[in-house]
Design a protein around this ligand. Structure first.
Ligand SMILES: C[S@@+](CC[C@H](N)C(=O)[O-])C[C@H]1O[C@@H](n2cnc3c(N)ncnc32)[C@H](O)[C@@H]1O
Length: 306
């Protein structure tokens, strides 16, 4: 097997991951700027919760040039706000990582920020940690970043807990369409082996018990079902949801939908729409370099409001 394929932290052939990181970075600064107004209340604080944090660092190319992962992106953005005057105790990050090696790497890559930024790295799973994190976050403004590899570990119950959190919050969530499609393939089969039974279990945790009818729906309808059932249903307030459809570099299929959920229907929604538009325009050139068929790369209009 080729090494690039095996190494999950090598971004050489993953422009779509690169784009997700760029969108996250680009959103954080305006998001914190919007939330900053809450800091005039003495008991308020801004939180960033990275629920599937990773190891903090990717690399690329023969020379293995370093590329920041989501935790380092957040820490660098926070550092810039602290330099501009936000007190250290007014902004805090949680990073949750299940894998022990990634957790240890993350500890070491973030070590230099330990004395200047308030953050906590949790070795554990998202679903085991989220309740305690939400207790501390309480009604403070918070940005959640939910970025698993597939749909495993991203259970509906935990996502709903985030969605029902009181107070201002923005969520960027990676809905891995490929993970969903894989399950649909398995479900169509007759007799299932042990691994396939587990795949279906994972899917049920992701979307809840769903009928055969729902599973036969088109991918876009299944996404709508996820939005209604998991994101909107338990939310205390009406949410605005935007979606960015990211296509594969090699074929004309969608890999993931980057979903953005916010209560702020005016400013935050407008900013994220602008960011999505900007990346949609850049996508063919910068993030889908390998794509050669010009008719497949036209930006999809009206793709981002659900
Ligand atoms: C796509 S990577 C995250 C990349 C990271 N967000 C970034 O952009 O730098 C997913 C990470 O989640 C971790 N992970 C897998 N299952 C998890 C779970 N149930 N809870 C927390 N972390 C998990 C994996 O070990 C992996 O490091």
């Amino acid at each position: 097997m080729n090494n690039t394929k095996k190494d999950k932290w090598d971004l050489s052939n993953k422009p779509h991951t690169r784009m997700k990181l760029d969108i996250y970075r680009e959103y954080l600064t305006p998001a914190i700027t919007i939330f900053k107004k809450w800091l005039s209340y003495s008991n308020k604080k801004i939180f960033i919760v990275d629920c599937f944090a990773g190891r903090g660092m990717y690399h690329e190319g023969k020379n293995k040039n370093s590329i920041d992962g989501s935790p380092l992106i957040a820490l660098k953005v926070i550092e810039s706000f602290i330099k501009k005057g936000i007190p250290k105790n007014k902004i805090k990050c949680f990073f949750v990582e299940k894998n022990i090696k990634n957790y240890k790497d993350l500890l070491s890559f973030t070590n230099k920020y330990k004395s200047t930024i308030d953050f906590k790295i949790i070795h554990g799973t998202f679903s085991d940690s989220i309740e305690k994190i939400l207790e501390e976050v309480n009604s403070n403004p918070c940005i959640f970043f939910i970025d698993p590899y597939g749909i495993k570990g991203m259970d509906k119950i935990s996502i709903r807990k985030i969605m029902s959190k009181m107070g201002p919050k923005d969520t960027i969530l990676n809905y891995m369409k490929e993970g969903v499609a894989r399950t649909k393939g398995v479900i169509r089969k007759g007799t299932l082996n042990e691994k396939e039974i587990k795949t279906i279990e994972t899917f049920k945790n992701f979307l809840g018990d769903c009928s055969e009818k729902i599973l036969k729906e088109k991918d876009s309808e299944l996404l709508m079902h996820y939005v209604e059932e998991v994101l909107k249903k338990q939310s205390t307030e009406d949410l605005k949801i935007l979606a960015y459809d990211m296509k594969s570099s090699f074929k004309d299929s969608i890999i993931y939908y980057l979903l953005f959920a916010t209560k702020d229907k005016r400013i935050a929604t407008k900013i994220m729409k602008q960011i999505f538009k900007k990346y949609k325009d850049m996508e063919p050139e910068k993030y889908r370099k390998q794509q050669t068929l010009p008719n497949l790369i036209a930006p999809i209009k009206n793709q981002f409001e659900l």
